[in-house]
Design a protein. Structure first.
Length: 209
């Protein structure tokens, strides 16, 4: 009734699957290295395959184009960023709107400085899949921050969602300028981002905040 799979074929499957996982990881690591060392334009699928030591035909077996590679890398970075922002927002802080701005800006700035490949994707690449992921990330973070600040009575309960969404959009644009001015992110521009976002959020401050 059931086809009996030869033992040799059955034992070969885990090895094939493991090799596939290893090759996929090698492709992603090669892409990340190229983004960090040579920038977005250099991280072509051909260059990624050469860096990973994998024939381009095999690369296409795992990723149909470079944008799929970028999207998977960005998803990984988004998880890392989310964890760092969560750590900064949880617990006792923030207690002021400036602390709230810092609780988002500081983790982002630190992460971008430690992961220049993420910065290349976020600001230089901006392929459609990456743009969609960044927008989804910002929307989720903005909603979480709005809920937290209203709960802690730092913002009025009627603060519209668009206010926090715009704060994140403005922050993105200023970060773009900061990393265009300096590979490490220009501190002067980042400080202006802190002032601008704090002042904007203050227009929705709860009484006594």
């Amino acid at each position: 009734m059931f086809e009996k799979i030869p033992a040799s074929r059955a034992s070969a499957r885990p090895a094939v699957q493991r090799r596939g996982v290893e090759r996929r990881r090698a492709i992603l690591e090669a892409a990340e290295a190229l983004l960090e060392e040579k920038g977005y334009e250099a991280a072509t699928l051909k260059a990624i395959g050469e860096r990973a030591g994998i024939p381009i035909a095999s690369v296409y077996h795992y990723f149909s184009d470079r944008y799929q590679v970028e999207a998977e890398l960005m998803q990984r970075h988004a998880h890392g960023l989310d964890a760092r922002i969560s750590a900064a927002l949880d617990g006792s802080g923030p207690r002021t709107l400036r602390e709230a701005a810092d609780a988002v800006i500081d983790p982002l700035l630190g992460y971008f400085r430690r992961h220049p490949g993420c910065t290349e994707l976020w600001f230089s690449g901006r392929s459609a899949p990456v743009v969609e992921l960044v927008r989804a990330f910002d929307a989720a973070q903005a909603e979480r921050l709005r809920h937290l600040l209203v709960e802690r009575e730092l913002l009025r309960a009627d603060t519209p969602r668009i206010a926090l969404q715009l704060a994140f959009e403005v922050g993105n644009r200023l970060f773009d300028i900061a990393f265009r001015n300096s590979a490490a992110g220009d501190d002067a521009t980042i400080d202006e981002a802190r002032r601008l976002i704090t002042a904007y959020l203050a227009t929705y401050a709860a009484d006594g905040a």
